[in-house]
Write a protein that binds this ligand. Structure first.
Ligand code: MG
Length: 377
């Protein structure tokens, strides 16, 4: 009798163990090509696809999703991301007992490519690969708690900012007009300038033929001098532009400080601001920072960057790459803490393979789904 009952308990334990997974943390990843509905052009290049690597981290039968999106200028590739994920899996993820202490896990992962003495600190960063791990861990841990991520972090889900929608540069006037007409739903437009003073004015004038909503301008480091930037910003202010991102080359700190003293519109650092450690030195040259998960390594660091920006009296913009609904749903969780949102990455795709946040009255809206709220389509 005793023997029979212990067999039954053994069976019950084994069924529960199977149902809950083995208790170890497992990570897998797979490359994906995101296709853009329109070819995308900025000051320095154009493209029609973005390479992405999707991650899954599993624990006790629950799966967290993450992704790395790699636009060319970031310097990461599908190969470099997969190699870093392999390294992180072997050295950190496969050895952890629980996924819950994300800050500590990400600190260990950051150490994997920390520059050794004498090495160039800029050369190694793997921030998109790190974001793919960090997002999956954040999704997983909130799912294990049975809660949406925003709720776990005491964030007001009703306060997501209006998101801008990007109108890419095009040499053909009619293409630009069509793009603006297609974006009639948007309550804020963003336009990539820094092509040439004449072309920049042409783009703004074409948008103004079709729309009177506020405009965010991203010069993408394209303006050549502080005088040119000031002249352009003074004109843009008369055109209903409300902020300017990265007017000149990121190295030109003194020129940006000169511009900040004279320009009326807020200046937001994008290329100049990658991670938490950059913020302190930017406060005299910029009014705010643009935080992107792929630049900073994920949600954990993005939260610290918001805190640091506020402590330095700076505005916060949240931006994105062309990402699927995984990356966008992750950053939208944080967005109620920001002043400006430029979170249209998933809207630019023709093959988004996840369902997550949804547009509602110009905002990316959060749901009550657990984790970052995404499901595979
Ligand atoms: Mg930018």
């Amino acid at each position: 009798m005793r023997h029979r009952s212990s067999i039954i308990s053994l069976l019950v334990v084994s069924v529960i163990a199977t149902a809950c997974g083995s208790g170890s943390v497992e990570m897998s990843w797979a490359p994906f090509t995101a296709e853009l509905a329109h070819t995308f052009t900025i000051a320095t290049y154009s493209r029609s696809t973005t390479p992405i690597v999707h991650t899954e981290i599993r624990y006790k039968g629950v799966t967290g999703y993450g992704e790395a999106a790699m636009p060319q200028y970031l310097g990461e590739t599908t190969e470099s991301v997969c190699a870093f994920l392999q390294l992180a899996n072997e050295n950190v993820i496969s050895k952890i007992k629980s996924p819950r202490n994300i800050e500590e896990i990400m600190a260990q992962i950051d150490m994997l490519d920390a520059p050794k003495e004498g090495e160039n600190a800029v050369a190694k960063k793997n921030t998109a690969a790190k974001a793919a791990i960090d997002i999956a861990l954040n999704d997983l841990v909130a799912k294990l708690a049975g809660q949406p991520w925003w709720k776990m972090h005491d964030i007001d889900s009703t306060k997501t900012p209006i998101t801008s929608f990007t109108i890419g540069y095009d040499a053909d006037d009619d293409v630009v007009r069509t793009k603006v007409e297609e974006a009639a739903w948007a309550k804020v437009l963003k336009v990539k300038l820094g092509i040439s003073p004449e072309e920049d004015r042409r783009m703004i004038s074409l948008i103004r033929e079709k729309s009177d909503v506020p405009i965010y301008v991203d010069a993408n480091q394209g303006w050549e001098s502080k005088e040119e930037a000031l002249e352009m910003m003074d004109w843009l202010q008369t055109q209903g532009v409300v902020l300017v991102e990265q007017p000149m080359k990121k190295e030109l700190m003194a020129e940006h400080a000169w511009l900040k003293e004279r320009a009326q519109l807020p200046i937001i650092a994008d290329e100049a601001c990658q991670r938490l450690s950059d913020i302190e030195k930017l406060k005299d040259a910029y009014d705010g920072i643009n935080i992107k998960l792929m630049k900073c390594g994920g949600m954990t660091e993005a939260m610290k960057m918001i805190e640091s920006a506020r402590a330095n009296g700076m505005k916060v913009m949240l931006g994105c790459m062309t990402e699927t609904s995984v990356g966008i749903s992750a950053v939208v969780q944080i967005s109620p803490l920001a002043d400006y949102a430029d979170l249209d990455g998933n809207l630019l795709l023709s093959n988004d393979c996840f369902d997550g946040v949804h547009l509602y009255e110009g905002r990316q809206s959060l749901s009550g789904r657990p984790g970052i709220g995404v499901v595979a389509r």
